[in-house]
Unconditional design. Structure first.
Length: 268
């Protein structure tokens, strides 16, 4: 794979990656010309996902949004709910929005039966897959994504930032681009249940931090993840490439490379 990158990507006029870790990986593979440019994810529509003040912190609602894949850390979120909800039954709510991919049904989104008991026990609130996550983000207090998957920059986290939600996520590539630790949320180690539980408890024990961190999340969304600004930058770069190609009377491929799907083995 590294050899393919070294051979193919230098033929491009421009290389666009979604996060700094992807850029460092390409540089380590020897892909230095053209130098990869970081665009901080595909961005989010700030008019559609606009700031909504966090609701009352009684209860404090923690929300997971995404496909219910192990790599997204859904099992860690569930374990945190099982540990913390019984300690603060009236003061916390754990919400899961999304469905599982059933490979036996052509990748259809399903409602996992194993969640039904947790719903019945009052541990989890589970509406299943929804067409519009905004009402659920609006009623939530804190967004949680314990992913151990190499992300580009998770779209769900960008949407949560834009709506002013503090974020708890891992220090994995892509995920960590959405959090300034201790400022708009908390970064935890991947596969570390204890750190995740502690981060959640910080909000439970200090609800006043939610509104303060919500302002910081909006600032980050506006400065880093505004889709209008990101699109303008891409269009500007593509126009420059078109000009170069015309003047030189040849065309080269444009590589828009997102390497978050590389295996950990390749990235090491």
């Amino acid at each position: 794979m590294k050899c393919l990158f070294r051979l193919s990507l230098p033929l491009a006029n421009h290389i666009i990656v979604l996060n700094e870790d992807d850029k460092r990986s390409l540089l380590s593979f020897g892909v230095r010309k053209p130098e990869p440019v970081v665009i901080n994810g595909i961005g989010v529509d700030l008019d559609r996902y606009c700031y909504t003040p966090p609701p009352s912190t009684d209860p404090i609602r923690f929300i997971f949004v995404g496909r219910l894949l192990k790599e997204k850390g859904i099992e860690y979120f569930i374990e945190a709910a099982k540990a913390i909800k019984p300690l603060f039954p009236p003061n916390t709510e754990f919400i899961i929005v999304g469905g599982a991919v059933d490979n036996n049904r052509g990748g259809a989104i399903t409602r996992p039966p194993q969640l039904e008991q947790l719903v019945e026990d009052g541990i989890i609130t589970y509406p299943g897959p929804v067409k519009d996550v905004r009402p659920w983000l609006a009623r939530s207090s804190v967004f949680v994504l314990p992913s151990y998957y190499r992300e580009g920059v998770p779209r769900s986290a960008q949407e949560a930032l834009a709506m002013g939600r503090p974020v708890i996520t891992t220090n994995m590539p892509g995920c960590k681009a959405t959090v300034e630790d201790g400022k708009n949320g908390y970064l935890v180690s991947a596969h570390n249940q204890r750190e995740l539980n502690q981060a959640i408890l910080k909000f439970v024990l200090d609800p006043s931090s939610i509104i303060l961190m919500s302002y910081e999340s909006v600032k980050i969304a506006r400065s880093k993840f505004n889709i209008a600004s990101i699109n303008q930058r891409i269009i500007y770069d593509l126009n420059n490439i078109s000009l170069i190609s015309t003047n030189e009377n040849f065309k080269k491929s444009i590589a828009i490379e997102n390497i978050h799907q590389l295996s950990y083995k390749v990235s090491q």
